[in-house]
Design a protein around this ligand. Structure first.
Ligand code: C5P
Length: 226
């Protein structure tokens, strides 16, 4: 089967301190967003990409892929969850849906395949994740260590995240209504007591967040497993 991916890209990416949203910074001759979208569509099980953009976005329309038939644009909302919901609302009739960060251009195709294969075994969905490798500290707001977290079952949540469409829609709608802070889609499902599986993926699937990540992403793109 083939699936649709919703890519929320309506944020402003303040942490990068650049003159434009981080997904429009360039790596190896293309914007991060182009790398991300092209890479998704190049996977044989992806049929469509829905990108949620800020209504004020002035960059996307100039990208060579902007008018490709497999790319659909929707207006994002004030929170990430609103942007994802806008994407979900533009999907007609599908059982499952993927959500992927605009700023993760280095996703390896075999990790995506692995995630898709798990779906039938996990009714509430699954996400790519990688194990915490550093020693993890819980600190006070003044940066004093309170204690060391046991690392054994700590994971970094990555994307793509893969859920039954209606379950994700109602979980996100509910999270917005309850005003719970969510930073990924799985959090909304967890909030609704769903059991989301972790699928171990590569740590090279980084979210380009800080200036130094640009060079790292370029390296991974050149050495990517597809
Ligand atoms: O790096 P961070 O977790 O802040 O990334 C949030 C993602 O959600 C970005 O890709 C951003 O474009 C997207 N977003 C969105 N709509 C918002 C806020 C963020 O699509 N209102």
């Amino acid at each position: 089967p083939q699936y649709t991916v919703v890519v929320p890209a309506a944020g402003i990416g303040q942490r990068m301190q650049a003159d434009r949203p981080k997904q429009y910074l360039t790596i190896a001759g293309k914007t991060i967003l182009e790398h991300t979208l092209n890479n998704l569509y190049a996977h044989p099980q992806i049929k469509q990409v829905i990108v949620a953009l800020s209504p004020e976005d002035e960059y996307f329309t100039h990208l060579p892929l902007a008018n490709q038939p497999w790319v659909k644009r929707v207006h994002g909302g004030s929170e990430r969850a609103n942007s994802v919901l806008a994407g979900l609302d533009s999907i007609d009739d599908e059982d499952w849906v993927l959500v992927h960060d605009a700023a993760r251009p280095c996703l390896a195709h075999d990790d995506l395949s692995k995630l898709l294969a798990i779906a039938t075994h996990s009714p509430h969905g699954a996400i790519l994740a990688c194990r915490a490798r550093d020693t993890m500290k819980r600190a006070s707001s003044s940066q004093v260590i309170l204690h060391t977290e046991c690392r054994d079952n700590l994971w970094h949540a990555l994307t793509p995240q893969f859920f039954p469409l209606q379950l994700l829609r109602s979980a996100l709608t509910n999270a917005l209504k309850q005003k719970v802070q969510i930073t990924d889609e799985a959090s909304a499902i967890e909030w609704a007591d769903g059991k989301v599986h972790l699928v171990e993926g590569r740590s090279s699937n980084i979210k380009v967040t800080q200036p130094e990540d640009l060079q790292l992403a370029e390296f991974y793109l050149q050495h990517k497993v597809v």
